[in-house]
Write a protein that binds this ligand. Structure first.
Ligand SMILES: Nc1ncnc2c1ncn2[C@@H]1O[C@H](COP(=O)(O)OP(=O)(O)OP(=O)(O)O)[C@@H](O)[C@H]1O
Length: 248
């Protein structure tokens, strides 16, 4: 059985607005896939659908399949907590809980009845290269960390649950260039263990981090392929115009 993430004829509406139209895509395992496209084309809506973030949006309607490990995450009776354990999410703005650094990691572990021992917390912080920076401050509020450190803590929080997939919605857009570089290096390391899907407006970033790139336009997938090919040999005029910065 494969734990590949894929969608089949995925359609999403908000009220009468048809926001995602017949999305059929596959995310290669233990690779980074970038979702790019102009503002409002549906990148975040797609990303959020992968861990059922639209469940609480009253006028959202979802049809089609989002499959992980051969299982449709929208099937009746599936545990959303379990889905979110397997498909973690990191947001645009770091959102640590108003708790200590160690409690930020322990919280999700306890919620999922997993080992939340100091050794497990240390390992998660080491994986995001934060341990050395915070090991003497584990009981201090996470909100005292810098923006980049907070974002790495949020990634550690996701990693601690040993997910199959990590979703990242513009994870560097609020960060300075040095912190951005650290997150990009971290993404390179993390893909050895996790499938990563990243939404980014930054074309250089997509080229630096992504193995595969998907260009979306008006709620549809216009073009997809190896990142090098999308940026060096786009098949559609609209992709070419977008990646060369003619609109966005
Ligand atoms: N909860 C919601 N209710 C109604 N409409 C929504 C909702 N969320 C998103 N939309 C609409 O869906 C469309 C796609 O939005 P989405 O945020 O997915 O685009 P995006 O490509 O991620 O844009 P950006 O790059 O600006 O973040 C937009 O027209 C947006 O207004």
């Amino acid at each position: 059985m494969t734990n590949n993430l894929y969608t089949k004829d995925l359609n999403i509406w908000f009220g009468s607005k048809h926001v995602l139209k017949g999305i059929d895509i596959e995310f290669p395992e233990k690779k980074v896939t970038a979702l790019i496209g102009p503002s409002g084309c549906g990148k975040s809506t797609l990303l959020r659908s992968f861990n059922r973030m639209h469940d609480l949006v009253p006028d959202a309607r979802i049809e089609g399949t989002v499959s992980i490990d051969g299982q449709n995450i929208y099937e009746k009776g599936i545990s959303v907590t379990d889905i979110r354990k397997r498909i973690g999410m990191v947001f645009q703005k770091a959102n640590p809980f108003p708790k200590s650094i160690q409690e930020n990691i322990a919280y999700g572990l306890k919620l999922n009845n997993l080992d939340a021992s100091p050794a497990v917390i240390q390992k998660a912080l080491e994986e995001v290269y934060l341990w050395d920076e915070v090991k003497d401050d584990l009981k201090k509020p996470a909100t005292r960390l810098s923006g980049g450190q907070q974002q790495r803590l949020c990634i550690a929080r996701a990693v601690a649950l040993r997910p199959d997939v990590i979703l990242m919605d513009e994870p560097c857009s609020a960060l300075d260039p040095v912190s951005t570089l650290k997150i990009e290096e971290l993404i390179h390391q993390l893909k050895e263990q996790y499938t990563i899907v990243i939404v980014t407006h930054n074309m250089q970033q997509a080229q630096r981090v992504a193995d595969k790139t998907i260009f979306m336009y008006l709620g549809e997938v216009k073009e997809e392929g190896a990142t090098y090919d999308i940026f060096n040999n786009p098949q559609h005029e609209i992709t070419k115009n977008y990646i060369s910065g003619h609109f966005g």
